[in-house]
Design a protein. Structure first.
Length: 376
């Protein structure tokens, strides 16, 4: 991708915008694999097709990068603020408690300190009541001991320090932002806010059929009862979960997540190429990819575009307006971000370019040539 005097190739954005988003909001492409739905009814709703990309808040308004931020991630309040900031969708993570309640929580575990000792509680082994007690952000009594919520791995502010003791995870808005259930998210978030529901499983191993069945049935039961026409899609790093949720329901799109982790035990998760093969073969509706690797697999981005499959991205680069613009020009049609404000402005600027303005930028002399994804 070329960078023209601080701008990306905006004419490419204009060229692809209508065709990309028209395909993105329309029925299944006939060239896709035999697993594709014949109904052609799965649609990504809730955003204007005049936009060059769908804007999606990460864990609601944003992921917590510091231990004492104003709004806790993955809460109803975070979803409300995500919508207020200008996002079309909110991405959030779903774990399922031992009593079958889908809750908004990213990690497989809730980590607390008990004196000088860290305690790791598997979300899947906690009741909803125990989960809410431990994730309150305040010192709480649990099983006869006082526990304080912390984060593992450590917050970014500790990465370059000698401190090894975890910091308390106490967001300023905890009193009005307790951990939410999926039902509460449906009932309390603005109805026009789309949901990108990430189905969470242990990222270091291949999940079992039993745990996937419990997780998916619990989640789909709530979706069926409370979605009420809300625009939404499912996504997961777990390939088998993607295929199974596609088989269990046809109404909502299913996207495969990939971080392109070269050493992962599941070879389907090791590259964008592998993800594209799965999506095309089994009729998935799109891919969400780590943007730090996208520019190394541009041929696969083009392959997705030719097949009519949308590509979303996530990662730190999505807080940088230039890098967001470059991705959109390359063919990315959805941006998951921790800085909704920057992306609102970036997308607005790209949408506002006239054909004449784009041609002026296209004819400018390139000041830099990217051969691979730039470091951030």
């Amino acid at each position: 991708q070329r960078c023209f005097k601080g701008h990306c190739r905006v004419s490419s954005v204009k060229m692809y915008r209508n065709s990309l988003l028209e395909r993105m909001y329309s029925s299944v492409d006939p060239e896709r694999g035999t697993g594709a739905s014949s109904s052609g009814q799965r649609r990504i709703l809730g955003a204007s097709t005049s936009q060059c990309a769908v804007l999606i808040g990460h864990r609601g308004l944003k992921m917590n990068h510091q231990p004492d931020e104003a709004i806790r991630e993955n809460t109803v309040r975070s979803l409300i603020e995500c919508h207020r900031a200008g996002a079309t969708y909110a991405e959030f993570d779903i774990q399922v408690t031992a009593d079958g309640v889908p809750v908004l929580w990213h990690d497989d575990q809730v980590v607390t300190t008990n004196g000088d000792r860290e305690v790791f509680h598997e979300v899947s082994e906690l009741s909803l009541q125990a989960f809410r007690t431990l994730t309150s952000g305040c010192p709480v009594e649990f099983e006869g001991r006082v526990h304080q919520l912390v984060r593992n791995p450590r917050f970014e502010c500790q990465k370059n320090t000698q401190s090894t003791r975890p910091l308390p995870w106490t967001c300023k808005g905890d009193a009005s932002g307790m951990s939410a259930t999926l039902q509460e998210a449906f009932e309390q978030a603005p109805p026009e806010l789309g949901f990108n529901i990430e189905l969470k499983f242990d990222s270091k191993r291949v999940s079992s059929a039993v745990e996937r069945a419990f997780h998916l049935s619990s989640t789909l039961r709530v979706v069926k009862a409370y979605a009420s026409g809300r625009p939404m899609l499912f996504s997961s790093f777990d390939v088998d979960a993607c295929l199974e949720v596609r088989g269990l329901q046809e109404e909502h799109p299913v996207f495969m997540l990939t971080c392109m982790e070269k050493e992962h035990p599941d070879p389907r998760r090791r590259s964008l190429h592998a993800a594209v093969v799965v999506a095309l073969a089994f009729g998935l509706d799109g891919i969400v990819a780590d943007n730090s690797h996208l520019f190394k697999e541009l041929a696969q981005v083009e392959r997705l575009r030719n097949a009519g499959l949308p590509l979303f991205s996530y990662g730190p680069a999505n807080c940088n307006s230039v890098l967001v613009s470059m991705q959109i020009a390359a063919g990315v049609s959805g941006i998951i971000t921790d800085d909704i404000g920057i992306c609102v402005n970036t997308i607005s600027i790209l949408d506002g370019f006239t054909t004449q303005e784009a041609r002026k930028i296209e004819s400018s002399e390139p000041v830099e040539e990217w051969t691979e994804y730039p470091a951030v």
